[in-house]
Design a protein around this ligand. Structure first.
Ligand code: CA
Length: 235
């Protein structure tokens, strides 16, 4: 991991407004990314049958299938399950925003947005997914759960867990800090990397999905303990 060759990262953008398409494409390309632009979800998904990007940027409101539906289909496809998704939303769409989190988007940008912020967030996503840092690549085992940071895979009793990128990152941080209580703010900062004020329930939503995948009975969690009013602990 982390070779010296700088491969260009490929971004697939779905946006139906031409001036926003151009704005994003121009600025990401100027920052060294390759950008393929699609005017609809249907066009994007046709392309994904033969080529897969390193990152999706999905406008929420689109003619035809919308950004949430595209995100849902990406997360159902084993080839694309872990590819980061940034959703573009309008301010009035708070409800959709929360719903989108449950469907596995990794980050949100609210229109109107600054181009600098968009580029910074794209870079931040790649920093977090660009493989393990030296010394961080070792397989972590706790009980019958194992996590391989270099391969981005996790296992329970030897069976591979189908985790989204965020679920994987959450599990990794919980395992690396096992026995310690991690606050929601801490998890939000480490996993999402941004200040989502008032959005700590984002963490709760993702913990709920993670529990459904790793606990035998997610109503009586044995691995991830809730520390009431504080946060979570891997026990
Ligand atoms: Ca739109």
């Amino acid at each position: 991991m982390g070779g010296v060759m700088a491969l260009k990262r490929n971004v697939f953008l779905v946006e139906d407004e031409a001036h926003i398409q151009q704005l994003i494409q121009y600025n990401l390309e100027a920052s060294g990314f390759l950008v393929s632009v699609f005017g609809s979800g249907e066009e994007l998904l046709r392309q994904c049958a033969s080529a897969i990007p390193d990152l999706f940027i999905l406008d929420l409101m689109l003619p035809g299938i919308d950004g949430l539906e595209i995100c849902r289909r990406i997360r159902l496809d084993g080839r694309m399950r872990q590819i980061p998704v940034i959703m573009l939303t309008a301010r009035s769409e708070e409800f959709d925003r929360v719903l989108g989190l449950e469907l596995g988007a990794d980050d949100y940008i609210t229109k109107p947005f600054s181009v600098r912020e968009l580029v910074a967030r794209v870079r931040a996503i790649f920093r977090r997914t660009d493989g393990a840092l030296p010394g961080e690549g070792e397989i972590v085992r706790v009980g019958d759960i194992a996590l391989d940071p270099a391969r981005h895979e996790a296992y329970k009793q030897g069976n591979r867990l189908e985790l989204t990128l965020k679920e994987f990152e959450l599990l990794k941080i919980l395992l690396q800090n096992r026995g310690r209580v991690l606050t929601r703010d801490m998890l939000l900062e480490k996993v999402w990397g941004f200040d989502y004020y008032g959005e700590t329930r984002t963490v709760d939503v993702h913990i709920r999905y993670l529990r459904q995948k790793i606990e035998d009975d997610d109503s009586k969690p044995l691995y991830i303990e809730t520390v009431r009013g504080v946060g979570y602990r891997f026990v």
